[in-house]
Design a protein around this ligand. Structure first.
Ligand code: Q9C
Ligand code: ZN
Length: 353
């Protein structure tokens, strides 16, 4: 398995996130990726290096899933934040005001001149700090996703986009859930554009992949499946219910498999079979796996109870789909174990292939 790692990831380093009325240290920290790199050094899966993709190809691939207005916002966000107040250079940018959906009368068609308002327009939570290096890091991550898709197009059985910030909560024109660019969606679209007629996305992060679902919701060429904590009680709360099946041409091409907080591996594993059956019925020729390790029992912000050894079983089950696969690194906040759990899953996939 080829691994593409993002050399710019550490440029994105938030200080604090808003949680229930106070600021707490960020869970999504650079050390997460370092632990995965360290474990890959101990248990190599194949070649590892930075992505090599042309700037113009990268811009085009990102623009296939994100709006021009959102991308222009992201590209100048840090400079605009500091321009509001030079002292902002020492602070992360976090939103504090949002437009509710348009049925409440708020407008999102007029781009606010005020940056704090613009940040609210393009985000859905106050837990995803935007820092001086966020755009460079997110772009570097998208490059990993694109390179991984290209590797699979060129005949690799699998490839791993090892990057942060994660991506699966980012939608066509919004950030949130620690995510800015949707790496899994960029990979899935790149696979489509390179000739894979049907691509399946199987999201195994603890949190519902709301961004990916929204990006592909009205499309029949990309099946989106997600196994996650029930949004009735779990983040991102406002999407991820079982009755969301897709819309228009995409009706029937989204499958949500929410599970109660506290769910253990037996139940989770059986649910993975349901997900894999849907992927099989769809007839995809390539698979994208947004890989969150926050289903782990020791995860500080999540509620499933998977054990480290379980991830090897997950990897082997995913290999059973018999499809070329791109893995994108998503959540997983038990930092000391995230390397072990990641490599257990990928090694399980590789050994079963
Ligand atoms: N105090 C991903 O796993 N809410 N994002 C956390 C914790 C946000 C998770 C609250 C969770 C976002 C990629
Ligand atoms: Zn997550």
């Amino acid at each position: 398995m080829k691994t593409f790692h993002n050399p710019h990831h550490a440029a994105h380093a938030g200080q604090q996130e808003m949680f229930r009325g106070r600021m707490v240290p960020c869970h999504e920290v650079p050390a997460r990726l370092d632990f995965v790199l360290a474990e890959l050094a101990r248990r190599p899966l194949g070649p590892l290096g930075p992505p090599s993709v042309e700037d113009s190809a990268l811009d085009a691939a990102i623009a296939r899933v994100h709006s021009a207005r959102y991308l222009a916002f992201l590209a100048s966000a840090w400079d605009d934040w500091v321009a509001m107040d030079p002292a902002n250079a020492q602070r992360d940018a976090l939103p504090s005001v949002w437009p509710l959906p348009s049925r409440h009368g708020f407008r999102s068609d007029v781009l606010p001149a005020n940056f704090a308002a613009r940040l609210g327009l393009f985000s859905f939570d106050s837990g995803s700090p935007l820092t001086a290096g966020s755009w460079a890091a997110a772009r570097g991550g998208a490059a990993c996703a694109l390179a991984a898709a290209q590797a699979v197009v060129n005949g690799e059985r699998s490839a791993f986009a090892l990057t942060r910030p994660p991506g699966h909560h980012a939608g066509p024109d919004f950030l949130g859930g620690y995510c800015f660019l949707n790496n899994a969606a960029i990979a899935a679209q790149a696979l489509r554009d390179a000739g894979h007629a049907k691509v399946a996305v199987l999201d195994v992060d603890y949190h519902h992949g709301n961004g990916t679902q929204t990006i592909f919701y009205e499309r029949a060429d990309v099946l989106t499946v997600s196994i996650h904590g029930d949004p009735t009680t779990e983040y991102p709360f406002f999407l991820g219910h079982a009755d969301e099946r897709g819309a228009g041409e995409g009706d029937g091409f989204n499958l949500n498999l929410p599970l109660s907080r506290g769910t253990g591996f037996a139940r989770w594993r059986a649910t993975l079979d349901t997900a894999l059956q849907a992927v099989h019925n769809f007839g995809a020729s390539a698979l994208v796996v947004p890989m969150g390790l926050d289903t782990f029992e020791g995860d500080p912000i999540s509620g499933f109870t998977l054990q480290s050894a379980d991830y090897a079983v997950v990897g082997a089950a995913l290999a059973g789909a018999g499809l070329p696969a791109v893995f994108t690194f998503e959540g997983g906040y038990a930092v000391d174990e995230v390397g072990t759990n990641t490599v257990n899953l990928l090694e399980g996939f590789q050994q079963a292939t």
